[in-house]
Design a protein around this ligand. Structure first.
Ligand SMILES: Nc1ncnc2c1ncn2[C@@H]1O[C@H](COP(=O)(O)OP(=O)(O)OP(=O)(O)O)[C@@H](O)[C@H]1O
Length: 295
């Protein structure tokens, strides 16, 4: 069981700044999330797609329990999240591997708090490295691995903890396009095999259509769920080599782009001179980041 519910989740950050936006003295308030409501079913692969800065990572951090909402709550199987837990594991864009440990050592590291028997830890870590296609690389250090391989180690490390929920924040954004396609395919295979609930953040529409059972498009900041779209492809169909030219794929991709495009444009509606949405200097804010410094 691992159903995720977000109920009216908002998040604001207050930071010391130049005092140009929503300023209060020299403190600046940024409303990252404006009331997120979302239900993700047990075993679902759910992708959140949104323009840069709309609050995707903020939302994932709150689900992970790494950050608290300003209001609202996240519930896992009906219980409010009050911090990180062993039911959830996170994979970030930057692999966050320990450079002084081998691939095996990195996967084993996560297990040290939950498994005291070293032999058992090595057995589990070896199995998960094999699941992500890294048999034979267990003694390699991070600097001896490619970006894609490092991310495979990070995924193995997360899976070895046997979480019900895998939270992935743009995990493939730092790898090259070809490796990314292969990693996506392998992740889909692993998600099918392990039946995890996955919450996956991306900017890429193609990645979303390929991986997701459902995609939620977020609005420009403050982020809300604009629409949730079911991808009309079975998991088996997605593993077909020709899926990206199928009608279902092409139409879903196009529809998601129409939803996202408006938000990307809105997210760029900032004053080109001072880079804020509510320009207090009287510059006229126009779409696309242009400003006419008429005043
Ligand atoms: N710790 C923080 N302090 C102040 N502002 C923050 C903090 N974390 C995020 N923000 C702001 O909240 C907003 C949402 O940020 P977030 O990283 O969640 O967006 P995102 O959609 O994940 O962006 P991207 O796609 O570019 O990674 C941004 O305006 C960001 O500057």
């Amino acid at each position: 069981m691992s159903k995720i519910e977000a109920v009216d989740v908002t998040k604001s950050f207050t930071s010391r700044g130049t005092g140009k936006t929503g300023s209060n003295g020299n403190h600046t308030e940024t409303q990252a999330l404006g009331g997120v409501n979302l239900t993700i079913s047990t075993g679902e692969f759910h992708v959140i797609l949104g323009p840069s800065g709309c609050g995707k990572s903020t939302f994932l951090d709150i689900v992970a329990g790494l950050s608290t909402p300003t209001s609202g709550e996240i519930r896992i199987d009906g219980k409010p999240v009050i911090g990180p837990g062993t039911d959830r594991a996170v994979v970030f864009q930057q692999y966050a591997l320990l450079p002084w440990r081998t691939a095996l050592g990195n996967v084993e590291f996560g297990l040290e708090n939950i498994e005291s028997d070293k032999k058992e830890r090595v057995r589990i870590a070896t199995n998960f490295l094999s699941l992500v296609g890294l048999s034979g690389f267990q003694d390699h250090y991070p600097h001896e691995l490619s970006g894609g391989m490092k991310q495979r180690v990070a995924i193995a490390r997360a899976l070895a903890l046997h979480p019900d929920i895998l939270l992935m924040d743009e995990p493939f954004a730092a790898v090259d396009a070809q490796t990314r396609e292969i990693l996506q395919r392998d992740l889909l295979r692993i998600a099918i095999e392990t039946q995890k609930t996955v919450l996956f953040i991306t900017h890429s529409i193609d990645e979303a259509v390929f991986l997701a059972d459902r995609v939620s498009v977020m609005t420009a900041r403050p982020g809300r769920i604009k629409q949730t779209v079911e991808v009309p492809l079975t998991r088996a169909e997605r593993l077909d080599e020709d899926v990206k030219v199928s009608d279902a794929y092409v139409k879903t991709r196009h529809y998601l782009w129409t939803l996202l495009k408006e938000e990307v444009i809105r997210s760029q509606d900032v004053c080109g001179k001072c880079s804020v949405e509510t320009c207090t200097f009287g510059h006229r804010v126009t779409a696309g980041g242009a400003d006419d410094h008429g005043n």
